[in-house]
Each structure stands twice: as structure tokens, then as C-alpha cells.
Design a protein around this ligand. Structure first.
Ligand code: ACO
Length: 402
């Protein structure tokens, strides 16, 4: 079984490394993780669960070594070129390719709008999105197990809610979604109060597709853990948004934008990059924990950015800086493959469609709704409570003084 073979490799490479690294020796423990025993628990511990297989899934394959990302077997590049977010989300939920699947944007219910109006204008958009999903969930009374219909309803609602908050934080009134538009197009329309440029809507749609699913990352794992308790889909997505909010996960394409602004022109790029690395800092938009090849999402988004009108100067700067950065990183790190990651061209696309940088992380969350909800449905379909063991490192049994 391939998963077993991989598990064995991870065990040998990951667990043993951490076993020898770890400084925390167990006080006592038992194999059940429940009661204490006098036998030391010698099972390996992997900090961050690195190298541990935490689920079996047929949804997406992240093949870091070969730079491949497949949704239900289909390469991400093909899906971006030929699919819509509606069809791709439907593929993730059902496993079937229905190119004409639709997903009309849903209006924001009154109680959600009331909650959003009560938030401070400078609240984090990610907090606003999580709040909106929570209120929506309280109204829906969703049951276990989650269904593709639940997933559709939630995925179609959230962009309208974030757009509503995007307007409220500027002192503007929310607008109703134009249901003839795609989800990404209606998100732009509800943010800006006017029908979006078709090319911008298409570019954002491409971003929604590439950001839709990415294996057992922290937020997806969170959604699966919550679902495994037989909780509801809105709770799972609230938790996932909470996990995505952390800077180690939600990414920072806005930092790529600042980086390119600081560089300013291709002539300054090499010196700026070398100075930055000399200071021990990292280049934003390069390197990845999993990919050891060019991130296929970056490749797909670069193509989209290249087709965007009005992006010529900014994109040509991005492309030239990328070439120089890749050369310098290869010189500095000959033993480690450091390639462009998805954040680099996400920055190009999101800036190109005119999204304010403060909304980038929450927009990532909107796109990831498809993956989170697909994983929740899959988890519920073969459910087992997720409850790993813990190694106790506290004191041995002792007693209060008489
Ligand atoms: N710039 C310069 N050097 C880098 C970079 C980078 N972007 N990324 C890794 N390195 C170097 C490290 O300095 C380290 O060098 P050393 O061994 O001499 O100390 C070596 O490569 C390995 O670094 P790690 O931190 O072990 O690599 P890891 O796989 O854990 O890091 C990460 C992945 C966090 C994405 C990292 O590459 C990084 O910080 N990149 C910049 C931030 C960024 O672009 N984040 C978005 C990632 S995409 C996403 O999350 C959706």
C-alpha cells in the first residue's frame, strides 16, 4: 500500500530525527495515553506532527518533489485554464468533474450584517469573516454529517460577508450580490459597488482555484479535527479561519508587494536582494516547506498575471526580480532548492485586481472554503474521533503536605 510505504519513510526520517533531538524525556506514561504507569513511554514524538500521516484523503495531492498539485487527480494548471471555481469546488466536494456546475453568490442575512456593523472598523478582516461564519452557522442549525449542499451554501455566502465588511470598514453601505456573476466576480462587485472588469474577475477566479485546496495544512487539519467530533460545518470552518489567521499559515502576499515597492526598479534588485540576505532576512515569495520544485500554483498564477492588462510595468519588475532572486538564492544555498512560491504571484494577481492588501489573508480564506468543506465531508464519511496521545513531562505523582 503506497501510504504505508510513505509512512515508513516518514517514520524513519522524521520521527527518529525528532526522537534524538527532543529534550523532553517522559516522566511516566502508558501506551493508551490515559492512566499513568511506571513504564516509560518510548514511542516517538514528532513536534508539529511533522512526518506523521494524520489522514487518508482522495481530495488533493501535493507532490512537492515533482512540483505537482492535483485536485482529484487533475493538475492545477489544467483546472485554472479550463475550469471555473464553481466547477472546481464541485469537483472537490463530489469527486466528479461537472464543468457547468454553478455557484451563485448568496446575500448576507440580516443578523450577520448586524454583527458586522457592530465590529470596530479596524477589526481584522479575518476576525470579521470568522464572526460572519459563526453567526451564519447559528442561523442555519446545520446537522452532522456535512453535505455538499451545506458546503455550497457556506462557500457562496462567505465572499458576500467579507465584501460587506470590506465596505463597512470604509464607512460605505454593503451592496447586494449580482447573482449573474461568478463568486469571485460578485466578491469584487460587492466590494467596489460596481460590476467588475471581466478580466479582473477571471484573474481572481484563477486565484480562488489555485488557493482552493492544499492537503493537510494547519487549517484543513483543524476543520477535520472539529468535524471528527461530529460538530457542524460552520464550526469547522470557523476553526479553520482561526488557524489560517496565524502568520505562519495565512501567508503574507502583501509583504511581497512591499518588497517589490522597496526594490522599485530592476537595476536595484540585485543589490537589494544581496543586502537583505546579508542581514539574515528572507526573501518573501521564495522557499516552501513541501515544494522542492517550482510551485505549480505560482506557475499557473504567473500565466494569469501575464494576461492581465494594466499589469505590464509591475509584472515586468516582478519577473525580473524573480530571475535575479532565483539566481542569488541558488548561489547562496547550493544544497537547498529555493524556488518561487505561490505568494509571489498571488501578490501580482491580487494587486492587479485592485484588492486592498489588508484583505489578502481573508480572501485566501474565501478560496480555501472549497478545500476545508471537502475535507469536512470526507472526514465525516469515514469518521473517527481525532485524539492523539501526549507525552506527559510533568512531575511524578506527589502529595500535598499534611
Ligand atoms: N529567503 C532566503 N533564504 C531562505 C528562504 C527565503 N525565502 N527560505 C528558506 N531560506 C533558507 C533559510 O535561511 C535556511 O538557510 P540555512 O540552512 O542556511 O539556515 C534554509 O533556506 C532552509 O530554511 P527553512 O526555514 O528550514 O525552510 P522551511 O522549509 O522550513 O521554510 C518557508 C519554508 C517558511 C516558506 C521559508 O522558505 C520562508 O520563510 N520563505 C519566505 C516567506 C514566504 O514566502 N512565505 C510564504 C510561503 S508559501 C505559503 O505558505 C502558502
Amino acid at each position: 500500500m503506497p501510504s504505508l510505504a510513505y509512512h515508513d519513510t516518514a517514520w524513519a526520517g522524521g520521527y527518529h530525527r525528532h526522537m534524538t533531538d527532543t529534550k523532553t524525556e517522559p516522566a511516566t506514561g502508558s501506551r493508551s495515553g490515559g492512566s499513568t504507569s511506571t513504564t516509560a513511554d518510548t514511542r516517538p514524538y514528532s513536534p508539529g506532527l511533522e512526518g506523521v500521516i494524520g489522514a487518508e484523503s482522495a481530495i488533493g495531492l501535493v507532490d512537492g518533489a515533482n512540483g505537482r498539485l492535483l485536485y482529484r487527480g487533475y493538475p492545477i494548471g489544467e483546472l485554472v485554464e479550463n475550469g471555473t471555481y464553481a466547477a472546481v469546488a464541485d469537483l472537490l466536494w463530489t469527486g466528479e468533474w461537472h464543468p457547468d456546475a454553478g455557484l451563485a453568490p448568496e446575500p448576507v442575512p440580516g443578523p450577520v450584517l448586524t454583527a458586522l456593523r457592530e465590529l470596530p472598523r479596524d477589526a481584522s478582516p479575518m476576525d470579521a469573516l470568522r464572526t460572519a461564519v459563526s453567526v451564519w452557522g447559528a442561523m442555519q442549525r446545520l446537522a452532522f454529517p456535512p453535505t455538499p449542499e451545506d458546503a455550497r451554501a457556506l462557500t457562496a455566502f462567505s465572499p458576500s460577508a467579507l465584501a460587506a465588511f470590506g465596505r463597512l470598514r470604509q464607512g460605505l453601505e454593503p451592496v447586494q450580490p449580482d447573482r449573474s456573476l461568478s463568486l469571485a466576480g460578485a466578491f469584487l462587485q460587492q466590494l467596489n459597488g460596481e460590476r467588475p472588469d471581466a478580466a479582473a474577475a477571471k484573474a481572481l477566479e484563477a486565484y480562488f482555484i489555485v488557493a482552493g485546496e492544499h492537503g493537510l495544512n494547519a487549517s484543513t487539519f483543524t476543520a477535520r479535527v472539529i468535524t471528527a467530533t461530529r460538530s457542524d460545518l460552520a464550526s469547522a470552518v470557523c476553526g479553520a479561519i482561526g488557524a489560517l489567521k496565524g502568520p505562519l499559515h495565512g501567508g503574507a502576499p502583501s509583504e511581497v508587494v512591499s518588497q517589490l515597492h522597496e526594490i522599485g526598479s530592476p537595476e536595484r534588485a540585485e543589490a537589494w536582494i544581496k543586502d537583505t540576505l546579508d542581514r539574515g532576512e528572507r526573501l518573501m515569495g521564495f522557499g516552501h516547506r513541501v515544494y522542492r520544485a517550482y510551485d505549480p500554483r505560482a506557475a499557473a498564477l504567473r500565466k494569469v498575471a501575464e494576461g492581465m492588462a494594466g499589469m505590464a510595468d509591475w509584472l515586468s519588475l516582478a519577473v525580473k526580480v524573480e530571475d535575479i532572486a532565483l539566481r542569488v538564492l541558488a548561489e547562496r544555498h547550493p544544497d537547498r532548492v529555493l524556488k518561487t512560491n505561490v505568494e509571489y504571484y498571488t501578490a501580482a494577481v491580487l494587486q492587479g485586481v485592485g484588492l486592498p492588501p489588508e484583505l489578502y489573508p481573508a480572501t485566501f480564506g474565501l478560496a480555501r472554503h472549497a478545500g476545508w468543506t471537502a475535507h469536512a465531508i470526507e472526514q465525516a464519511g469515514a469518521n473517527r474521533l481525532i485524539r492523539p496521545d501526549m507525552r506527559y513531562t510533568g512531575p511524578e505523582e506527589r502529595h500535598l503536605p499534611d
